[in-house]
Design a protein around this ligand. Structure first.
Ligand code: FES
Ligand SMILES: [Fe+2]
Length: 402
């Protein structure tokens, strides 16, 4: 699929089992000792971080124009000729896979007089013909035909290629930086988190369903709801809390990314079970946060039957507008229509909790922050360690201190 040679000989299942075993060890030790992974101290943050329009504009530039953003999984652009639009940042970017196997990204804007090259959100095409006057470009971005081209003699220089954006893929994930000419170094961006993503074996995921969820809250306020389990018992008494504790955090920092898990209640019964008797499945554990705006969550329908959900958060024009793009994938591909229905049901279940619980409180909380005096702060407890580190990483990326 990718022209780039990747380590394909790895035994992802065995590595995932090893990770799962380590997660269980840590979670069960915490349960035994009544402990949790915690930050060293609570942290306060000015409410202006969420509400200030100048801060919002800086984030839109630094984090959503100058930072690698997840477009989709590599399997969403599986075959040569596949394309999709990535316009969630407000810049209409056409992402393609050409016959050389590489992914590329272009402004979806004709070099003649600016019409769009495609109005489809995704599809298959080796070439794109502008609907205005018919200039035609290859999926490598080259102008290959222009009707009556002699009439442009001397003016075609520099117009023979679409405006290109940095685009690359790693570990089954496709990234773009929404600034032409920017340097995209995914190995540097992902650091040690790249290995965590590799073990997740995302190249075996097949997309089942996607949707968008708007929320009248700052994008970081929406994002915060994924990073702490402290709210499970109170906000999700019927949905998440029956299966998951709100007081045992398993946290790994891969600055600026992280992985955070919340101990399942089922583990309480394993506290006195010898490790040799544990049922250790090959399942990723935890919420995976990919800086700056993405959550990857792998869950299971039944033991061993996995789905992956991506939540990509994009800010609107003002600090109080966010759209979360959610996509669900079946691990190992869709095996049957029943399997597809199960994955869709898992998606619908998660989407319902997010829309009817997390994003209701997010909209209310964010609105209330706008009413507070300018020197007011919010506070993240020691158990909200993931939020602390995310806000520090964001501030650092903006050249600010937190
Ligand atoms: S604007 Fe595209 S061909 Fe004229
Ligand atoms: Fe929640």
């Amino acid at each position: 699929m990718s022209a780039r040679p990747e380590a394909s000989a790895r035994d992802h299942a065995a590595e995932t089992r090893a990770h799962r075993r380590e997660y269980l060890r840590r979670a069960i030790t915490h349960l035994k000792n009544k402990t949790s992974d915690l930050a060293d101290a609570p942290m306060s943050n000015p409410v202006s971080v969420y509400t200030d329009p100048a801060r919002h504009a800086l984030e839109r530039q630094k984090l959503f124009r100058e930072t690698p953003l997840l477009v989709c999984l590599s399997t969403d652009l599986a075959e040569p000729g596949a394309f999709r639009l990535f316009d969630e940042t407000g810049v209409p970017i056409l992402v393609t896979r050409a016959k050389d196997g590489r992914v590329r990204a272009f402004l979806n804007v004709c070099r003649h007089r600016g019409a769009a090259l495609t109005h489809e959100r995704e599809g298959k095409a080796n070439r794109f013909t502008c609907w205005f006057h018919g200039w035609t470009y290859s999926n490598e971005g080259k102008l290959i035909a222009a009707p009556q081209s002699k009439a442009f003699d001397g003016e075609m220089q520099g117009r023979d290629h679409l405006i290109e954006y940095p685009c690359d893929e790693r570990h089954g994930l496709v990234f773009v930086i929404a600034t032409p000419g920017a340097t995209l170094d995914l190995d540097a961006h992902l650091g040690a988190f790249g290995d965590v993503l590799e073990v997740m074996d995302l190249k075996q995921c097949e997309r089942v369903k996607a949707g968008a969820l708007p929320v009248a809250a700052n994008w970081k306020y929406a994002l915060d709801t994924y990073g702490e389990g402290y709210h499970f018992a109170t906000l999700h008494p019927q949905t998440i809390s029956p299966n998951t504790r709100n007081d045992v955090v398993i946290y790994d920092h891969f600055d600026p990314h992280h992985r955070v898990g919340f101990a399942e209640r089922a583990l309480e019964a394993m506290v006195d079970t010898p490790e040799s008797e544990w049922d250790v499945r090959s399942e990723p554990s935890g919420i995976h946060y990919l800086f700056p705006n993405t959550i990857l969550f792998a869950g299971s329908i039944t033991p061993g039957k996995m789905y992956l959900t991506t939540f990509r958060h994009f800010p609107g024009e003002t600090p109080g507008e966010t759209v979360t793009h959610k996509t669900v994938y079946a691990y190992g591909g869709v095996r049957s229509s029943e399997h597809r229905a199960e994955v869709e049901a898992a998606y619908d279940g998660v989407a319902h909790v997010v829309a009817s619980e997390d994003y209701v409180v997010a909209a209310e909380g964010w609105r209330n922050l706008t009413l507070l005096p300018p020197d007011a702060t919010v506070v993240y407890g020691r158990q909200e360690v993931a939020l602390q580190n995310t806000h520090r990483a964001i501030a650092r990326a903006l050249g600010l201190s937190a």
